[in-house]
Design a protein around this ligand. Structure first.
Ligand code: ATP
Ligand code: MG
Length: 259
């Protein structure tokens, strides 16, 4: 869901980018004056004027609610004028020196119709479309209304996006950890292209299908929702065939195996 004109809700706290409260987030986890100043200049170059804390974000960093946190970045809701975006701020201890590759891969994914839209990038920052929703596991577990048909709609949409990435020759690289890489909004969004590659053999469909239907925490719940049938064998067979030949017909056979 594009939330370019989204209102700030009651529990949100909108702070000017220079607010002292934001310093530990902007230079998480290690502050240095030089790093802080650079990042403020980078935000200004992206026309980011404020950062919004709260907003129902479950992740807490330094006693403040943010949209998310990983090994590479802290993600916050930010504003550029009246426009809301997600701002991924490189952690000062990240195992990469810039956000260049991630931005490049996100742009490629966008060209394939996948991922939050890239809105701007600097050395330490990526501004992108803010996706308001739940992680796929919260959606599956918490949503009592995750009926078979809704489940199939979401799964099919994720796999169609994976097929588009396979077709584009972009391997996401972390779709076996689907829980951290799919947000369910009005539709599913695949996020976080920092480990992507254009040189590895693409295995987006196989990795995601395994996480949704075969192994792990999401798959266990999905199996309960869809009911136990002989589906597993059929899926494994369809995935093996698709793995060898990434054709639309073989992909359709993967989708058919979900029914
Ligand atoms: N565009 C977005 N809109 C809303 N929330 C987002 C967006 N991108 C990321 N997030 C939130 O921030 C979290 C961390 O983002 P991301 O996975 O990109 O960071 P990371 O440091 O690469 O994480 P990891 O260590 O899991 O690879 C996500 O799990 C998600 O909750
Ligand atoms: Mg990541």
């Amino acid at each position: 869901m594009r939330l370019s004109q989204q209102n700030v809700s009651f529990s949100d706290e909108e702070l000017d980018i220079r607010s002292p409260k934001l310093v530990p987030l902007i230079t998480y986890p290690h502050y240095s004056e030089c790093e802080y100043k650079d990042r403020i200049i980078e935000m200004e170059s992206l026309r980011i004027t404020s950062i919004i804390l709260g907003g129902g974000g479950k992740t807490i960093v330094n006693n403040t609610h943010v949209a998310g946190k990983g090994c590479v970045g802290i993600v916050v809701k930010a504003k550029s004028g009246s426009k809301v975006c997600a701002l991924k701020i490189r952690r000062t201890d990240a195992d990469r020196k810039t956000m260049d590759n991630e931005a490049r891969f996100l742009k490629m994914a966008n060209s394939a119709g996948v991922g939050p839209i890239l809105e701007g990038q600097t050395k330490n920052l990526i501004a992108m479309e803010y996706v308001s929703g739940q992680s796929i596991i919260d959606w599956v577990v918490g949503n009592n209304k995750a009926t078979k048909s809704k489940m199939r709609t979401v799964a099919t949409d994720v796999l169609e996006q994976c097929f588009s990435l396979d077709e584009a020759g972009l391997d996401h690289g972390e779709l076996s950890r689907l829980v951290r890489h799919v947000i369910i909004s009005d539709r599913p969004y695949i996020i976080d292209f920092e480990s992507a590659s254009t040189t590895r053999k693409t295995c987006n469909v196989t990795a995601a299908a395994q996480s949704i239907f075969l192994y792990g925490i999401v798959a266990n719940k999905v199996k309960k929702i869809l009911g136990n049938t002989d589906r597993e064998k059929t899926i494994i067979h369809a995935l093996r065939t698709y793995k060898h030949f990434h054709t639309r017909a073989n992909f359709d056979a993967v989708l058919d195996s979900l029914l």
